[in-house]
Ligand binder design. Sequence first.
Ligand code: G6P
Length: 369
Amino acid sequence: ESAEKGSYRHFMLKEIYEQPQAVQRTLEDRLAADHVLPAAFGPDASTLFAKVKKIQIVACGTSYHAGMVARYWLEGLTNTPCQVEVASEFRYRHVAVQPDTLFVTISQSGETADTLAALRHRQDNAYLASLTICNVGTSSLVRESDLALLTRAGPEIGVASTKAFSTQLVGLLLLTLAIGRARHTLAPAQEREIVDALRTLSAKLNDALAISATIEAKAQLFAEKNHALFLGRGEQFPVALEGALKLKEISYIHAEAYPAGELKHGPLALVDSDMPVVTVAPNNALLEKLKSNLQEVSARGGQLLVFADREAHLSEDEQTQVVNMPSIHPVLAPILYTIPLQLLSYYVAVLKGTDVDQPRNLAKSVTVE
Ligand code: G6P
């Protein structure tokens, strides 16, 4: 086991550092000069994608958070209506299926019981087709879906998912671009711009990993705390959810994520100096709104840790610590901002001395209900 970990102390840290290469593999052979090759999803995928009018995503845990990011991409970039639901709910309720809906599952293992049951028990004829974004080629989900895109993250050992998540996001962005092209709802100039940005993603992730020592130092803020709040807006809200999940899973600190605009509808009542607030603040259209949300927190004595684009010009004060992130194309920001949140939860867990790779009560793959 120690041999496989190489020089890393834990599998989780190794897997965090593998993300630039993993993402590169996910993109390999799947990009033409200015578009995504639809064959990446299986034969005739583009004919099928042209018929798609709606997308239903079903997944669990971290994979569900990837699906939530994809909804912002699919609706925002390709005007394709999209719903996302956890599999344990979806499988047991009557779903009103609209015509020409593509059924999409997301899973690292391809064996999660609820996700598999959702695929098997969906009102079969009602859907146009099924597609899975999955890391294991021989898995049940891949075998039983009409189309599949393998994420090629390589084996993930740490129970807390890291490289599986970032590669799922890449796979879902490829799906978004392929759907937008087939449906003629994505402007070619924007398509090319995102494809170009994808080619530099791996290097950007390396830049984000390079600030790990800064993040390690910030972990001190959390080691003695019992609660933490994570904030994000837009497609960064699911990134905040994923950051909170990571902290819960491996450091056993109670963490919640909120869309920053919802602060005043409840969580603000909890904010004091004992509840650190983590925020992801890329330089996007919602930045100014986010800044005023941050003021709401500091006015109540909250301690802020903000991961921000250096162009966002966020300044530090007694209550606000800012970690500058590399600039990136806004569409790819959720992938980049995932990295510091993974590192943060990792270093907090190390400080607390928990079993990082095998947190108590959790399993890597939940194959029974
Ligand atoms: C478990 C794991 C999570 C994972 C979830 C879904 O809870 O601990 O890391 O996100 O299952 O697993 P899947 O293999 O379907 O992505």
